[in-house]
Design a protein around this ligand. Structure first.
Ligand SMILES: N[C@@H](CCC(=O)N[C@@H](CS)C(=O)NCC(=O)O)C(=O)O
Length: 215
């Protein structure tokens, strides 16, 4: 069977999404570290996998993919019978999962990524946090989380009653933001808070965090 190769960095939120999926599915893979500080993701060898020069890149035999959410969907479908079932239900339930996948990608990710950059990444590189950007995106995230709070009051997970790719896609940004002042937005919403405690305790996610510690 052709080997799976993931090119990226475990610190990159998009790479971490793919790594968590592979661990959930219990699928073997080779991790190829991309030295982003050295600009390896902008070099020809990496651009042949992702012409946009962003991690992660993914190879499975002849198949080359980029865009983390496209990769996680491929892995979940290709290994449907292995590990955790990361999709659920009939076509109507799948449609609802589809809605919440879009919510994560278009409502949650843009604001949470900006906050992660300002509050978790910039300080590591000695860069100044832009307080105006934080304030604006904190207000936007609060509104998204109000919607999550009412959804999670009715459904144990965002997509359906079991853990799916929808929940998993949130993990990397949540992990960074739980170490920042933004934690208060999560903690003040009981259903959101319980959901975060649940999804961040998954053994597959611990394996991604262990990869970060090894780097
Ligand atoms: N939508 C893409 C985003 C990929 C992305 O933004 N990757 C970041 C790291 S998390 C990156 O490579 N940044 C470096 C750059 O854009 O030059 C995905 O989900 O894969």
């Amino acid at each position: 069977m052709a080997a799976i190769r993931v090119h990226g960095s475990p610190f990159s939120t998009a790479s971490a999404r793919v790594l968590a999926t592979l661990y959930e599915k219990e699928v073997e893979f080779e991790f190829v570290p991309v030295d982003m500080r050295a600009g390896e993701h902008k070099k020809e060898s990496f651009l042949s996998i992702n012409p946009f020069g962003q991690v992660p890149g993914f190879e499975h035999g002849d198949l080359k993919l980029f865009e983390s959410r496209a990769i996680t969907k491929y892995v979940a479908n290709e290994y449907a019978e292995k590990g955790t079932h990361l999709v659920c239900g009939d076509s109507k339930k799948k449609a609802i999962i589809g809605v919440w996948m879009e919510v994560e990608a278009h409502q949650f990710d843009p604001v949470s990524s900006k906050l992660t950059w300002e509050l978790a990444v910039k300080p590591v590189y000695g860069m100044a946090t832009d307080k105006a950007v934080v304030e604006e995106n904190e207000a936007k995230l609060a509104k998204v989380l109000d919607v999550y709070e009412s959804r999670l009051a009715k459904s144990k997970y965002l997509g359906c009653e079991s853990f799916t790719l929808v929940d998993l896609h949130h993990l990397p940004n949540i992990n960074y933001l739980m170490g920042t002042e933004i934690k208060k937005l999560f903690d003040s919403r009981p259903h959101v808070s319980a959901w975060i405690a649940d999804i961040t305790a998954r053994p597959a996610w611990s394996k991604v965090l262990a990869m970060q510690k090894q780097q």
